[in-house]
Design a protein around this ligand. Structure first.
Ligand code: ZN
Length: 155
């Protein structure tokens, strides 16, 4: 672990506000460490600038509180939502391209809440030690207000 910390991937203002104990157990800590060592740190190195984690581990209660899908890899410590420092869609798109061109192994990348040009609001990234990583690419788009998942990412 070089750039990211377990604390950074577990702290949550929603958990604090709602009195939810989001402390990870040792299995979750191991998964978060693998996510940092295999994905987040190498990506941070390639990107060359700070990357903001907006959500990492979510215990089941926190996952429900934020409306996460049940069985989300966030509840296993296998996923993080990230964005650039500027948080512009243009820069988030550049970070997404950097990730997908890097050869970094991942289980799933979701370009989240993309606009008409495919630029993401944020990026969901996961890594697992439980099985082979799928290198699955998914786009999430709001169509007529409905959250829709589409296979593939246009970069
Ligand atoms: Zn996510």
């Amino acid at each position: 672990m070089k750039y990211f910390t377990i604390r950074e991937l577990t702290k949550s203002s929603t958990a604090v506000r709602k009195g939810i104990n989001n402390t990870p157990n040792s299995i979750i800590v191991n998964s978060l460490t693998a996510l940092i060592d295999n994905v987040l740190d190498p990506l941070r190195e390639k990107w060359g600038a700070p990357i903001i984690v907006t959500s990492g581990y979510r215990c089941p209660a926190l996952n429900r509180a934020v409306g996460g899908s049940s069985g989300s890899q966030h509840t296993k410590g296998e996923a993080a939502d990230i964005r650039t420092l500027s948080d512009s869609r243009e820069d988030n798109m550049k970070l997404l391209r950097c990730l997908l061109n890097s050869g970094i192994e991942f289980d799933q990348v979701i370009a989240e809440n993309v606009d008409s040009q495919g630029r993401p609001d944020w990026i969901h990234i996961s890594f697992t030690r439980a099985r082979q990583n799928r290198k699955k690419r998914t786009t999430m788009k709001k169509i007529a207000g409905r959250t829709t998942y589409i296979n593939g990412i246009k970069i």
